[in-house]
Design a binder for this molecule. Structure first.
Ligand code: ADP
Length: 178
């Protein structure tokens, strides 16, 4: 089973991902975590990505697609923060088709922008200041939101309310998967 968690920055993808990988034995593939690991390791890629991430823009499709391609295994995957553009979604479909696999379900976590800004300001990551958060929300609207149409057309989109108690959100996701 391959699942995509789709949602704005701060919508709770990472938190719900941790629960889903445990419950369903999936491999967690978070491009944000991979990029932060590159930064922590001081690699060339990390050095390139750092400024882009801190400005709230997206790292190039080529870089994140290559990171994902290198990590696809035999187990089902939970994609968290990827794909973020139509080009990434198309590349992912090709990668999976080439392996005789496919995306099964896309879970969209819906959370209002003001709740997101409040949540992220308490999280305190280095790219979590208010100006960057607003920039990332704008990038999400422009570049990632169109993916809901893309997956809706494939009949794979399940949109759920991502606000409220963590356990309640997890329960909504489980219901959407069955
Ligand atoms: P959040 O969902 O809270 O924004 P992420 O960890 O998913 O956090 O992403 C942090 C940053 O990493 C993004 O703002 C972007 O700069 C970069 N990034 C992560 N995933 C991708 C991706 N799939 N494509 C392009 N850039 C990405």
């Amino acid at each position: 089973m391959n699942i995509i968690l789709l949602g704005a920055p701060g919508s709770g993808k990472g938190t719900q991902a941790a629960f889903l990988i445990e419950k369903h034995g999936l491999t967690h593939l978070s491009t944000g975590d991979m990029l932060r690991a590159e930064i922590a390791a001081g690699s060339d890629l990390g050095k390139q990505a750092k400024a882009i991430m801190e400005s709230g823009q997206l790292v190039s499709d080529e870089i994140v697609i290559a990171m994902i391609a290198a990590r696809l295994g035999d187990k089902g995957a939970l994609f968290d923060g990827f794909p973020r553009t139509i080009a990434q979604a198309e590349a992912l479909d090709k990668l999976l088709t080439g392996r005789g696999s496919q995306i099964d379900t896309v879970i969209e976590l819906q959370v209002g922008n003001e709740e997101i800004v409040q949540r992220m300001l308490t999280r305190g990551r280095s790219d979590d200041n208010e100006a960057t958060i607003r920039q990332r929300l704008a990038v999400f609207e422009a570049q990632t939101k169109p993916l809901t149409d893309y997956y809706q057309k494939q009949g794979k989109l399940r949109s759920i309310d991502g606000s409220g108690e963590l356990a309640a959100i997890s329960a909504r996701i489980e219901a959407a998967l069955h």
